[in-house]
Ligand binder design. Sequence first.
Ligand code: NCD
Length: 316
Amino acid sequence: MTAHLLGIDGMDRAEIEELLDLTDTFAEIGRRPIARVPALRGRTVATLFFEDSTRTRVSFDTAAKRLSADTLNFAAGSSSLSKGESLRDTVDVIASYGVDALVVRHPMAGTPHRIADWTDASVVNAGDGSHEHPTQALLDAYTIRQHRGSLDGMHIGIVGDIRHSRVARSNVLAFSALGAQVTLVAPTTLLPPSLVGWPVRVSQDLDEVLPTLDACYLLRMQSERITEGLIPSLREYVADYGLNATRAARLPTEALICHPGPTNRGVELSAEVAADPRSVILDQVVNGVSVRMAVLFLLLGSGRELLERSESEAGA
Ligand code: NCD
């Protein structure tokens, strides 16, 4: 059976921890003078992005290259989709190039799952609508663990547009599987219509929650998915939920400030807060490559000994 990574939903603590442990190995490889191992030589990883992306696509591409895989990049904007080609045909064309993994981002929830039914390649969900973004959650959990040792017993606040955020969904599942308590902080209009089954607490009072947090995870307003007026005005939203320096002073000195990017400075966080020593936003970006190397290796790789040698030693 082909292995896929479609969501954090369905992964248990042991599986998540195995991935985070393996990520340590790839983080070490990333620090070598030649950050390249022959583990996926001869395999092909394709990125299929039907939505804009900077860090996720570049990060997967870099991860595949560091594993010596061949890469193939498809971006919807410059493709034959604009000539009326269907999703199915597009996937069949890309798969026919002999692709071993398809990394898929799509505005519609469930698309990577459908693609997984159509192909023999391993499918990695790189964000499907407001549903899931599993590698983001894994890199976030890795970053927090790197700074704190463990998520067990931590209190993590996720602040902002939870309703439209695939990152929030995947993170709630990952953080709570790893033993953290999660509080969602947002106006009710920016919460999902039902939170039944979500292992979370909810608050509308950021100032009250901040002093109790070990990590404050900020989200962008997903304006591309907002079709109705869910907040009275951006100014009022910023006044109530934006993390500025005064507010950040309420966070414990050891607390971490996280954001998946892209950030909208002056909305969910101020420029000062982005530069706060407690911000681990750039660490998240760096760790994204290592986590995605671990994911691709687990799905496609064989032979851990191929991790021991750098690509030049392996006679590339
Ligand atoms: C997130 C996404 O695309 O879901 N970004 C990312 O992958 N780093 C969050 C966002 O777009 O706000």
